[in-house]
Ligand binder design. Sequence first.
Ligand SMILES: *[C@@H]1O[C@H](CO)[C@@H](O)[C@H](O)[C@H]1NC(C)=O
Ligand SMILES: *[C@@H]1O[C@H](CO)[C@@H](O)[C@H](O)[C@H]1NC(C)=O
Ligand SMILES: CC(=O)N[C@H]1CO[C@H](CO)[C@@H](O)[C@@H]1O
Length: 399
Amino acid sequence: MKFRSILAAGLATVAQTFAQHISEHCPLPNICYRLNVPESTALAGKGDIYLQINALISYQWVGLGMGHQMAGAKMFIIYSDGTGNVTLSPRLGRGHYEPSYDEGADVELLEGSGVDGFKLVANVLCRDCDQWIGGSMDFSQHGAVWIWAARPGLPLQSRDPEEELEQHREHGIFTWDFGAGQGGELSVNPFLGNNATNITAGHGNHMIIPWKSSDGLPSAHGTLASLVFIVLFPLGAILVRVTNGRRLVWVHAGIQVGSYFVLFLAMVMGIYIGVSGALIKDKHPTIGIFLVLLLFFQAVDGLLHHKQWIKKQRRTWLAHVHIWTGRLVIVVGMINGGFGLILAKASMGKFIGYGVAAGISFVVYVAAIIYGTRKARVKAEAARKEKEQREGGQSAFEM
Ligand SMILES: *[C@@H]1O[C@H](CO)[C@@H](O)[C@H](O)[C@H]1NC(C)=O
Ligand SMILES: *[C@@H]1O[C@H](CO)[C@@H](O)[C@H](O)[C@H]1NC(C)=O
Ligand SMILES: CC(=O)N[C@H]1CO[C@H](CO)[C@@H](O)[C@@H]1O
């Protein structure tokens, strides 16, 4: 009896000891990462480590990465598997896009993992965390730099470790202080037992870093929409202002309607990007969609005012609405391209390139409007004089 209680007390002490070797970092109240570096690993600088990823079920996926950026990082991503447990997906970061599944990773999901009430919990044993393709980490040090990311949303419910992941929303970088987490047995899952109350917050400075999505579709969207607002629409507008010709109005209509289809395609791409990246509520897509809608009525108005013009041989209010809507759409569209670049966190080079192109186009466009307006005025003046002369001549003849 006495022996038993000594044993029990001994076990409790052991459990208490393990419980103390956990270093915790909670970048958000709903997301916590825990680390234990067993004593032998801490001494050798390499060997097994234990990790815990712990997040609210409201996250579609939650990830932790070793390294100071996505490229070259060794990552652990978890999501619900649909059967009450979590799927552990080890990945390798290749750059600023979805990390690829790391088939060869020597990691294991341990007891205690699962969807526990409102939480996703993954207890992970990592046997190859000291070295991987792209980097290494020395566990005898005081700490190292890690990254994390998460995406809120409905549970993924997938057992496929290669599951397609949507881009993260929340993300950051932090220096993880190993100190508090160093110690304990190599072969004991430190996250089991109810005694893990004495957990040390182990984070140094941390900050938010941008994590960009793959560039293909956003680039195509941006290129097409810029082509329309910087080149095609102004070109179509300028043509009808500065040149003459009976059929010109149809060339104008052809260019603008053709451009509209290109813009529509760009908008469809943009909506896809916006929805999958949860960016759709930003001002860029809102303005973009509004412009596309407005342009539909612009086409209708163009047709109507042309009919009026043929009948009356002069500009009606429909024509003025058409002209000013066109000008507004072109200028707002150019500005909205800038908002798009901000939303995409584009490089300085792209900002400058876009700014210069839009600037040149704007200047040429305004110059053409001024030139066209003057020309029209001169023509009208000449026509008026001619008419006067004709009438004057007539009256002289009558006299
Ligand atoms: C989840 O999976 C791990 C590894 O297979 C297992 O140890 C654990 O008990 C599972 N959890 C639940 C809740 O089934
Ligand atoms: C918690 O851990 C710290 C440092 O390891 C230790 O000094 C402290 O006594 C522990 N507290 C409890 C309640 O075990
Ligand atoms: C400090 C503490 O809470 N210790 C508890 C650890 O867990 C055992 C049983 O699981 C308890 O008996 C201890 O009181």
